[in-house]
Design a protein. Structure first.
Length: 77
């Protein structure tokens, strides 16, 4: 039972990161060149050379926030 809970949590955490990262594109414009370049430089180009949290914080300029996931699921933050 503990393994399932841990796996489920990791999927939910991935949703938080995904929604929060996408919200940067919503803020800057979905086709924003600057946001795309920042995503490339801070996430894709770094690969596994640093932790996912370090890459996310470098991309967003802050720690992850659940507000975007709540908004994408029809809840208000």
């Amino acid at each position: 039972s503990g393994g399932y809970a841990a796996g489920y949590y990791s999927y939910k955490w991935a949703e938080v990161l995904s929604a929060d990262a996408y919200s940067m594109f919503e803020e800057d414009g979905v086709l924003s060149r600057e946001a795309g370049q920042r995503y490339w430089q801070e996430i894709l180009a770094k690969g596994g050379s640093r932790s996912a949290m370090e890459s996310f914080a470098a991309f967003r300029g802050r720690e992850p926030n659940i507000d975007a996931l709540l908004r994408h699921n029809g809840m208000t933050a």
